[in-house]
Design a protein around this ligand. Structure first.
Ligand code: MTE
Length: 325
C-alpha cells in the first residue's frame, strides 16, 4: 500500500524527524522489498483520486458530537481546515508515513470501547465511552497543537477536563503520576506485530504520562470529538488526551487504560530515544531538539512560519506548574 508521498516543501524529511534507528531500519526494509523506487516514484494519479474518494467517505460517516464552545480557550488563528490534519498523522501503530494513517486506522474497531481507570484511586472502575459521552459535561475548545517535528495546527476539540474523570475515581494521596496506555491490537495495527525488518524493538503498547499536577490542570482535556463530530480514527478515536502545552507525542491516542501511580511511568518515546524525548516535553522555543531547532514552527494549514511560543502560548494557564519557587 505504497502511496505517493505528498511531501510539502516545508516539511522536515523523515530522516530528520524519525528517531535514527527507526529511520535507518525503514530504509533497509524498503530496499529489501524492492519498494524504494516505487515509493519514491509514487502511484498513478487514478489511484490517488480513488484514495481521495475513500477518504471523503470515511469522513462523511462520522457521528455528530456537538458541544458549546468554551470562549476562554479562543485562539487568534482560525481552525486548520479539517481535511488537512485528517490526512497528516502520526500514529505509529499503523504507519510511519503520515499520509497512510487515515486509511490504515479505518480497520480499528472503536465502538464499543471501554477505558479502565486503576491504580492509586479509591474507586477504580471501567468506563464505557458511551456512558462518558452521555453523563459528562462536554465542551468545545479551540487549541493550538504543536508537534515536536516543528509543525503546528489549530483544532476545535470536543471533550471534558481530565480532572472531571479523576473526580469520579477519587485519587489517593499517594498518587503522583498518571500513566496512559493505548490499545494493543496487532491484528489491526501492523506495526505492533513483530517487525522482521526492524531490529529495533518498539515498546508497544504506546504509553504516556503526566504528573498529577499537570493532569489536574484545567487545560488537560479528555477528547472524544473534533470539528463537531466524533474523532476520526486517525486522530485517536474514541478517546484521546489533549495537552496543548506539550509536544504532540504526549497527546496519546485511543486510550484503553489510565493508572495513577507513585512513580514516574515509562513512556513510549522516552524508552525508545531517551536523548531526544523527555518525560516533561513542554513546548519551549529555547530548548532545541538534539537534531533541530524548536525556535520556529510551520502551520500545516496556512503554511505560515512563525516563532514557537513558550508552553505553546499557554503560560497563563500552566506556567505556574514550572516556575521555580
Ligand atoms: N498516540 C499513539 N497511540 N500512537 C502514536 O504514534 N503519535 C503522537 C501523538 N499520539 C502517537 C500518539 C504524535 S508523535 C503526534 S505529533 C500526535 O499524536 C499526532 O496527532 P494527530 O495525528 O491527531 O495530528
Amino acid at each position: 500500500m505504497a502511496h505517493h508521498h505528498r511531501r510539502r516543501g516545508w516539511e522536515l524529511s523523515a530522516r530528520e524527524v524519525t528517531p535514527e534507528p527507526l529511520f535507518l531500519d525503514r530504509r533497509r526494509f524498503l530496499a529489501a522489498m524492492g519498494l524504494g523506487v516505487l515509493t519514491a516514484a509514487g502511484l498513478a494519479s487514478g489511484a490517488e483520486a480513488a484514495s481521495l474518494a475513500t477518504f471523503k467517505q470515511t469522513f462523511e460517516g462520522l457521528k455528530a458530537l456537538k458541544a458549546a464552545r468554551n470562549p476562554r480557550f479562543a485562539v487568534a488563528q482560525a481552525p486548520t481546515p479539517e481535511h488537512i490534519p485528517a490526512q497528516y498523522n502520526n500514529f505509529y501503530e499503523f504507519s510511519t508515513d503520515k499520509d497512510d494513517v487515515w486509511e490504515l486506522a479505518a480497520a480499528l474497531p472503536t465502538d464499543p470501547w471501554r477505558v479502565e481507570v486503576a491504580g492509586l484511586v479509591a474507586r477504580p472502575r471501567t468506563f464505557d465511552v458511551d456512558e462518558l459521552l452521555r453523563n459528562m459535561a462536554l465542551e468545545e475548545r479551540i487549541y493550538r497543537f504543536r508537534c515536536v517535528e516543528a509543525w503546528a495546527m489549530v483544532v476545535p476539540w470536543v471533550g471534558f477536563p481530565f480532572k472531571a474523570l479523576l473526580d469520579r475515581v477519587q485519587p489517593l494521596s499517594g498518587a503522583k503520576y498518571v500513566r496512559f496506555t493505548t490499545f494493543m491490537e496487532p491484528k489491526v495495527a501492523p506495526r505492533q506485530r513483530p517487525q522482521r525488518w526492524f531490529p529495533v524493538s518498539e515498546p508497544w503498547p504506546y504509553t504516556e504520562g503526566l504528573t498529577m499536577a499537570e493532569a489536574m490542570s484545567e487545560l488537560a482535556l479528555l477528547t472524544f470529538g473534533s470539528y463537531g463530530h466524533i474523532l476520526p480514527k486517525q486522530h485517536g478515536a474514541p478517546i484521546r488526551l489533549i495537552v496543548p502545552w506539550k509536544y504532540g507525542y504526549k497527546n496519546i491516542k485511543s486510550i484503553v487504560k489510565i493508572e495513577l501511580t507513585d512513580r514516574q511511568p515509562a513512556t513510549f518515546w522516552n524508552t525508545l530515544a531517551p536523548d531526544e524525548y523527555g518525560f516533561e516535553s513542554n513546548v519551549d522555543p529555547a530548548v532545541p531538539h538534539p537534531r533541530w531547532s524548536q525556535a520556529f514552527e510551520r502551520d500545516i494549514g496556512t503554511r505560515e512560519r512563525r516563532p514557537t511560543l513558550y508552553l505553546n502560548g499557554y503560560e497563563a494557564q500552566v506556567g505556574q506548574l514550572y516556575r521555580k519557587a
